[in-house]
Design a protein around this ligand. Structure first.
Ligand code: HEC
Ligand code: HEC
Ligand code: HEC
Ligand code: HEC
Length: 431
């Protein structure tokens, strides 16, 4: 079924690319109309969002600590000691080079440095999209390891935050005639000529042409070279989301002058004529898209029959990523990380994975009571194992309301790693 859809899309593109821009053909894609603004916002069947309160939104941006990861929040930057993004970039830039260990550290943070800034977010992104994304974040950037974490923001709070972001950037003008008469097929041709594919992917259409191996080779290339990829590639969104994220006016405005909308952007000014700009915008908003590749949730593996001791679980799982958010306050100036002392709007959960004894300490619930992390949930899965599977479900678009996916905002663990944790618990958690 999907194969057929792809064939249809590829056929369309083949026709679109071969044809001369000025030649009108009966199989040409529909020309965008004056109502493209409405068409793009209604296409997702989204209900209109009531406005929020900018002052409350500003307070929430502070209390949810968005600035530990993002620049452009309108608040003072966090000091380096608390700034996740800032400190990782500092490590990458050899800021700690006096430490002999910095060579290994660097490779560990290579995929945690770049995070898109929020400069101009309220102007270049649709309000409805912002609200939905804050409540149900999903992956936007194919070459970026990190995702926006699923925070504990209610929809109402998300409206306040989005309203605040919009107030920072000033309103986006609407221009009902933005795409009148634009030619999507010519837009696609221009994108191939300009090699937008050197930085961007657009999933669901024939791969964009690229001057680098980032075209059809992209997925494998990203896997092999994720660490050295230039920040511009890491921060370039998958262009399939543009039609949900931007109105036609916002898009035309962006394509005309990206640095004018977002001063710190790494996207160069395309320098297209106004007409060509509208053609490219028409392609981005109207090109037929094959359905998104569903993210598969892998099968759980049966418990191992060999013995699994704590040392192996720590080495393979807890010390790798978990410890950085579930650390020891005693050795880190009182802050055990967001998963221990609290942070990103989460309460203090007091989860500490720095030693066997600490891991037995469990977590603290909303009422302040301690519980074991190994306690089975209703379906018999220990809480910690459930959290690791919940991350797979979040990435697949079906978050679990009762357990938050771990590691927070990072790629899910391979089934073999989860199997180690599950086996260790089933064996009575040997040292
Ligand atoms: C732990 C780090 C972290 C925290 C905390 C965080 N974000 Fe993000 N956010 C990210 C990352 C990483 C992305 C990029 C995701 C992607 O491209 O898939 C992102 C993406 C976004 C985007 C989309 C921007 C764009 O141009 O695509 C918005 C908007 C956003 N975050 C807002 C917020 C707000 C508001 C807060 C606080 C309430 C917040 N974030 C807290 C890491 C974080
Ligand atoms: C003061 C500097 C600094 C700050 C602040 C900081 N980190 Fe790190 N982070 C590091 C270094 C250095 C490493 C590599 C450590 C290692 O190799 O053991 C690292 C590694 C990590 C890793 C493990 C990466 C991997 O290998 O998978 C995660 C996850 C992480 N940090 C998350 C965070 C988060 C989330 C925050 C903000 C709450 C944060 N860090 C704040 C310096 C910092
Ligand atoms: C050098 C790399 C690079 C090239 C080449 C490039 N872009 Fe971008 N583009 C980016 C980055 C990075 C962003 C993210 C903007 C930001 O947050 O700073 C972006 C953002 C965008 C956006 C906004 C998408 C969204 O979801 O927010 C559109 C649309 C876009 N680019 C289209 C194009 C087109 C069309 C071309 C070719 C004419 C192109 N880009 C060429 C790097 C690039
Ligand atoms: C980027 C920071 C971060 C990383 C990395 C991280 N955690 Fe967490 N973790 C948190 C935060 C914050 C909470 C509190 C969430 C809440 O209160 O809903 C949490 C909560 C948890 C919980 C309780 C979840 C629930 O809903 O009951 C478990 C279990 C857990 N983490 C395990 C892990 C494991 C195992 C890893 C490594 C694979 C890990 N975490 C990596 C930040 C992190």
């Amino acid at each position: 079924m999907r194969g057929k859809m792809f064939a249809v899309v590829l056929g369309f593109l083949g026709a679109a690319c071969a044809k001369n821009a000025d030649e009108a053909r009966p199989d040409a894609p529909p020309r965008a109309t004056a109502s493209a603004d409405d068409a793009t916002s209604v296409s997702s069947g989204e209900r209109p969002e009531p406005a929020g309160d900018a002052a409350r939104g500003k307070a929430l941006v502070g209390s949810f600590e968005c600035r530990r990861c993002h620049e452009g929040t309108g608040l003072e930057p966090e000091p380096l000691a608390r700034n996740c993004r800032g400190c990782h970039l500092h490590v990458l830039a050899d800021g700690f080079s006096s430490k002999p260990a910095s060579a290994t550290w660097k490779s560990h943070v290579a995929h945690l440095g770049p995070v898109p800034s929020l400069v101009g977010a309220g102007r270049r992104l649709r309000y409805e999209w912002l609200v939905r994304f804050l409540v149900e974040p999903h992956d936007l950037r194919p070459a970026l390891t990190q995702s926006m974490p699923r925070l504990a923001l209610s929809r109402e709070q998300a409206r306040d935050v989005a309203t605040y972001l919009a107030s920072l950037a000033g309103p986006s003008p609407t221009d009902a005639r933005a795409l009148v008469g634009a030619d999507a097929a010519r837009g696609r041709k221009l994108m191939d000529e300009m090699e937008c594919g050197a930085c961007h992917r657009m999933s669901g259409v024939e791969p964009l042409r690229a001057g680098t191996p980032l075209g059809p080779e992209a997925p494998r290339f990203y896997e092999r070279h994720a660490e050295e990829l230039r920040p511009a590639v890491m921060l370039a969104p998958d262009l399939r989301h543009v039609r949900e994220r931007m109105t036609s006016t916002q898009l035309v405005e962006w394509l005309r002058d990206p640095p004018g909308i977002k001063g710190d952007t790494l996207m160069p000014r395309p320098g297209l004529t106004p007409e060509a700009t509208r053609d490219v915008a028409a392609y981005l908003l109207t090109a037929p898209l094959a359905p998104a590749e569903p993210r598969r949730i892998p099968e759980a593996l049966p418990n191992l029959t060999r013995r699994v001791a704590y040392e192996e679980v720590a080495r393979e799982v807890l010390d790798v990523t978990c410890r950085h958010c579930h650390g020891s306050p005693d050795v880190a100036v009182g802050d055990g990380g967001p998963g221990n002392s609290g942070g990103f709007g989460f309460k203090r959960r007091a989860i500490n994975f720095t030693s066997y004894e600490h891991a037995q300490g469990g977590y603290v619930d909303d009422a302040g009571e301690r519980h074991s992390l190994f306690e089975p949930l209703a379906d018999g899965t220990p809480r910690i194992v459930a959290a690791l599977w919940a991350r797979h479900r979040e990435v697949a678009g079906s978050p679990d309301p009762s357990v938050r996916g771990m590691p927070l905002g990072l790629p899910p663990l391979a089934p073999e790693k989860i199997q180690l944790v599950a086996t260790w618990i089933a064996q009575g958690r040997p040292r």
